[in-house]
Ligand binder design. Structure first.
Ligand code: NAD
Ligand code: DAO
Ligand code: ZN
Length: 370
């Protein structure tokens, strides 16, 4: 079939909206009509060329929601008409990683997904002249139609709005999951969140859900304050307003250091501050941000010797097929909020505007509605 997609032709160039060819689903695969997709910082990271694993030409986008149109041979858990959210972290429930119960990093299709290919080693997308186009994070939601492996789709309730629940495909789940699955924050905790963007705000609402007493937000952009307060931030620190040592300031503000700190900036200096602002003896610091290629983190080992713990999280530690439908229910039941974070809605033709809004710090989430 033919469909319309925003193609990342090469790094550092705007996306080009064009008609592309899409082959139907092969064994174990599913054809999905994408109804809405968020634009995440990670798409920007890859498009900019800063992602060492970025491949081109490709169809980016990994934060979508849509409807199953057709299933390939052997697909048993989905049927045409089902509403789904694509998963860049699949859940096969059979691999060593899935069965370990210790991680959400299913490895069933890791190798081919990392190469921009379907599990059989081929791509379903091509340009009208036949040039192959690669998949991205196994999702490629910047296309009106896409093909995914069955294990990379979460079936969700049909009454949930696509233009809101697409955000559960990355930002919402990553932020809330970092709090609940990775940090396992307890009621009454003190926490610091570095970076109040699309991920950090969801860390904040996760902390509120978990019953944290103090939620300190840190950002260089004061325009983020109002929204962060709305989601539960109790204190705000702009590093530019702190004249002395930032760690000492945060330790004093949290009366000895935070029980949990979260980096949602991707800046390795911030990651160090986050670790060192965690409470001596038990504080845990969770890295969510994706740092530039070649960047390294450092601290004095004594910070760990004295009980601080450094952890990282991908997709908030969520097992997609199991957890994503539950998070959709939380949204529909009013347990979590999404609507205020969708600051801009665009058409596919306007997708590059979504990247501009992100660069300028003007959007939390821009969503493309097909
Ligand atoms: P965003 O651009 O919306 O937000 C980043 C925020 O950090 C902005 O508000 C910015 O002002 C602030 N910031 C930047 N530098 C800062 C500094 N030095 N000190 C304080 N604040 C600073 O980005 P986002 O969509 O929220 O994504 C955040 C990070 O999370 C990115 O690195 C992204 O790639 C990563 N991410 C990780 C996962 C995962 O599974 N681990 C998933 C999605 C995104
Ligand atoms: O299993 O080796 C692996 C890698 C899984 C990829 C996890 C990516 C998470 C961070 C990227 C940000 C996603 C938007
Ligand atoms: Zn698996």
């Amino acid at each position: 079939m033919r469909t319309r997609a925003a193609v990342a032709v090469e790094a550092g160039k705007p996306l080009e909206v064009m008609e592309v060819n899409l082959e139907g689903p092969k064994a174990g695969e599913v054809l999905v009509e994408i109804k809405a997709t968020g634009i995440c910082h990670t798409d920007e990271f890859t498009l900019s060329g800063a992602d060492p694993e970025g491949l081109f030409p490709a169809i980016l986008g990994h934060e979508g929601a849509g409807v199953v149109l057709e299933v390939g041979p052997g697909v048993t858990s989905l049927k045409p008409g089902d509403h789904v959210i694509p998963l860049y972290t699949p859940e096969c429930r059979q691999c060593e990683y899935c069965l370990s119960g210790k991680t959400n990093l299913c490895q069933a299709i890791r190798t081919t997904q990392g190469k921009g290919l379907m599990p059989d080693g081929t791509t379903r997308f091509s340009m009208l002249d036949g040039t192959p186009i690669l998949h991205y994070m196994g999702c490629s939601t910047f296309s009106n139609h896409t093909v995914l492996p069955e294990i990379a789709l979460a079936k969700v309730r049909p009454d949930a709005p696509f233009d809101k629940i697409c955000y559960i495909g990355c930002g919402v789940t990553t932020g809330i999951g970092a709090v609940i699955n990775t940090a396992k924050v307890e009621i009454g905790s003190r926490a610091i969140v570095f970076g109040l963007g699309g991920i950090g705000l969801n860390v904040i609402q996760g902390l509120r859900l978990a019953g944290a007493d103090q939620i300190v937000g840190v950002d260089l952009n004061p325009a983020k304050v109002e929204m962060a307060k709305r989601f539960g931030m109790t204190d705000f620190v702009n590093p530019r307003d702190v004249s002395g040592d930032m760690v000492a300031h945060l330790v004093e503000l949290t009366k000895g250091g935070a029980d949990y700190t979260f980096d949602a900036t991707g800046n390795v200096q911030v990651m160090r501050t986050a670790l060192e602002a965690a409470h001596k003896g038990w504080g845990e610091s969770i890295i969510i941000g994706v740092a530039p290629a070649g960047a390294e983190i450092s601290t004095r080992p004594f910070q760990l010797v004295t009980g601080r713990v450094w952890k990282g999280t991908a997709f908030g530690g969520a097992k997609g097929r199991t957890d994503v439908p539950k998070i959709v229910d939380w949204y529909m039941d009013g347990k979590i909020e999404i609507d205020p974070m969708i600051t801009h809605t665009l058409s596919l033709d306007e997708i590059n505007k979504g990247f501009d809004l992100m660069h300028n710090g003007e959007s939390i989430r821009a969503v493309v509605v097909y």
